[in-house]
Design a protein around this ligand. Structure first.
Ligand code: SF4
Ligand code: SF4
Length: 100
């Protein structure tokens, strides 16, 4: 059996409400903190889905769309920038672990 790479595995993840544009994300990130007082920007290194990225100017960006709800950033961020709130599954977006 072929072992899949992490990228291949992440590509197999499916999401609830994937096509909806008005979804409520379960994570919000105050990127003002990332781009002002955060000394290490560690979430740009530890997120397995690359939801946190740093551009050429060193500015941190966050996009929730590929999040696999691993919880790493919730513990990694020691600057108070990451907030989690799981919304109603019918209006929110999240990994379909039971089916995907
Ligand atoms: S550790 Fe927290 S404050 Fe720093 S870049 Fe990551 S999310 Fe932003
Ligand atoms: S929960 Fe995991 S996958 Fe989602 S943004 Fe945080 S570190 Fe990335």
């Amino acid at each position: 059996m072929k072992l899949l790479s992490l990228q291949e595995r992440l590509g197999l993840v499916s999401y609830r409400n994937q096509a909806k544009s008005e979804i409520k994300p379960h994570i919000t990130v105050e990127t003002d903190i990332c781009n002002s007082t955060c000394p290490h920007k560690c979430t740009t290194y530890v997120c397995p889905a690359n939801c946190y990225t740093m551009d050429d100017q060193g500015k941190v960006h966050f996009q929730v769309e590929d999040c696999i709800e691993c919880g790493t950033c919730m513990y990694a961020c020691d600057q108070g920038a990451v907030s989690w709130e799981f919304p109603d599954p019918e209006i929110g977006r999240g990994v379909t672990w039971n089916y995907g």
